[in-house]
Design a protein around this ligand. Structure first.
Ligand code: PGA
Length: 269
């Protein structure tokens, strides 16, 4: 089955307002100039996960004009939340829920990123609830899974990612859409990318597991790779049949680098 290639930028807790505006303008211009091949219904999609305060500006302020005044649906870049509450609206200080994010233009949500799991104590159960909350309100959740170096060295990679995948999908209805991002924890922000052999092996295991647990429908689910993706290694990773895109952290903060990775995605689509 032909799945679109997704090139996603995770800005994390960056950048400041001035840097962020020019980063967005450059990424938007570079994506717009490739709009014959990139966009919501094309073979390549671009998704940016900015910090939450950026959402309004990117989707309905000046930022929206850069992507063809895209609010709510027609923009060439889609936006996602890095973190979503599993609660619906109410007295939950500090939370932002999926319904509200969607009203302000979000279409995606990262769920279970390893930084959330290790630094903020998120559990498989909480991740499952966030997956359900996002999908239930029409966001496409991107479930992030991956093993630590210790787990890999102990030969437990398959066991760990399988557990995280099954738990993450446990509360989703059959028809709800989602994506998966395999991000080995030891490759995130370290400059140490997984080899194509390691990526192939895990992605194939994930694809087989999806098929086994969720049947033929799961063929449409994209499985992205993340962890020190750069312009230098993007092509070899994206050329793998089992890799449907890249979740890019550090390199997404530099427009030229991100656009080179996008170019690699277009070439491999
Ligand atoms: P990185 O981050 O590209 O900086 O390794 C990836 C991620 O955390 O999603």
């Amino acid at each position: 089955m032909d799945r679109p290639i997704i090139i996603a930028g995770n800005w994390k807790h960056n950048p400041d307002r001035i840097v962020g505006e020019s980063l967005w303008r450059e990424v938007a211009a570079g994506t717009m100039s490739r709009k014959s091949t990139v966009g919501a219904n094309s073979t390549v999609k671009v998704v940016i996960f900015p910090p939450a305060p950026w959402l309004g500006w990117l989707m309905s302020g000046d930022g929206a004009e850069c992507i063809g005044n895209g609010f709510p649906d027609s923009g060439v870049i889609e936006i996602g939340m890095q973190q979503i509450s599993d609660r619906s609206a109410g007295a939950y200080t500090g939370e932002v829920g999926a319904a509200m994010a969607r009203q302000f233009g979000a279409r995606w949500a990262l769920v279970g990123h390893s930084e959330r799991r290790t630094l903020f104590g998120e559990t498989d159960e909480g991740v499952a609830r966030q997956m359900a909350a996002a999908a239930g309100e029409g966001l496409c959740p991107m479930l992030c899974i991956g093993e630590t170096l210790e787990e890999r060295d102990e030969g437990r990679t398959c066991e760990v990612v399988s557990r995280q995948l099954e738990a993450g999908l446990s509360l989703l209805h059959e028809t709800e859409q989602y994506a998966v991002a395999y991000e080995p924890v030891w490759a995130i922000g370290t400059g140490r990318t997984a080899t194509v052999e390691q990526v192939s092996e895990v992605h194939q295991q994930l694809r087989d597991l999806l098929q086994q647990k969720r049947g033929a429908e799961s063929e449409a689910v994209p499985i992205l790779y993340g962890g020190s993706v750069t312009p230098e290694n993007a092509r070899s990773l994206l050329d793998l049949d089992v890799v449907d895109g890249a979740l890019v952290g550090g390199a997404s903060l530099d427009a030229a680098s991100f656009l080179e990775i996008l170019e690699a995605g277009i070439a491999s689509a």
